[in-house]
Design a protein around this ligand. Structure first.
Ligand SMILES: O=C(O)COP(=O)(O)O
Ligand SMILES: [Mg+2]
Length: 231
């Protein structure tokens, strides 16, 4: 259970993948189709959801590189630039096709967002997903209207766990980090929040690199955004 005094917060920053939308299915599909465009041994590798769950969260570049290295680290290292460039281009192409089709909004998300909106809190989405993919997904899932801004992984120079995207979001909302709650699902979100000086609330159901989220330094953990309560 989380309890913040209403007077303590002016804004909320909400993470996307693993917090609002379960997107593992989209990632699996895009990665599987990307591999089909690459030579062996990548071509025939089968992508499983539990593998992707451990690799997701640090942006598309990291996800693609982690998967290629997992399949064949020696070859991935040897052909790194050319292999990565064709993988990246294929991934972008396929992700556009699958974005939102194999994903769903987690239970409690709409209730949680509605409650914050009704309280008049400013709301921004900060995700490591590329901005264009994030905006399309939020619109597709009926969540775009909650956010005055979407800061994707390509919007500023550094991604979470760096505090830069959170500080940028606070600047844009004209709020101070200490009065801005970061809501996320992983240590990336928590570390970025701590470094920016934001309080942090984590959800228990997302992707924390395959690690238990309760071990992460956070102010509170909830099983659903609908469980958020004011003190
Ligand atoms: O694309 C990713 O790496 C996931 O992004 P998010 O958890 O920051 O939304
Ligand atoms: Mg996330």
């Amino acid at each position: 259970m989380s309890c913040w005094p209403r007077t303590a917060l002016d804004a909320v920053i909400v993470d996307l993948d693993g917090t609002m939308v379960d997107t593992l299915g989209d990632f699996v599909q895009a990665l599987q189709r990307m591999l089909a465009d690459l030579p062996e041994p990548f071509h025939t590798f089968t992508v499983h959801q539990d593998l992707v769950e451990k690799m997701v969260g640090k942006g598309s570049e990291h996800l693609i590189k982690s998967l290629l290295a997992h399949i064949d680290s020696a070859q991935a290292a040897m052909e790194s630039v050319a292999l990565y460039e064709s993988a990246w281009a294929a991934y972008q192409r396929h992700y556009v096709e699958v974005n939102g089709l194999y994903s769903k909004v987690y239970p409690g998300v709409v209730r949680g967002l509605d409650a914050w909106k009704q309280q008049g809190l400013k709301m921004v989405c900060v995700t490591n997903k590329p901005t264009a993919f994030a905006k399309t997904l939020l619109a597709d899932k009926g969540l775009a209207g909650y956010f005055s801004l979407v800061v994707g992984g390509d919007a500023v120079e550094r991604k979470k766990p760096d505090p830069m995207p959170l500080l940028f979001a606070c600047e844009q909302m004209d709020v101070v980090p200490a009065r801005t709650l970061m809501v996320g699902d992983s240590s990336n979100d928590a570390q970025a929040a701590r470094a920016a000086g934001c309080p942090v609330l984590l959800v228990s159901y997302g992707y924390n690199h395959g690690q238990p989220v309760h071990a992460v330094d956070a102010d509170a953990v909830v099983d659903s955004l609908a469980d958020f309560r004011w003190a």
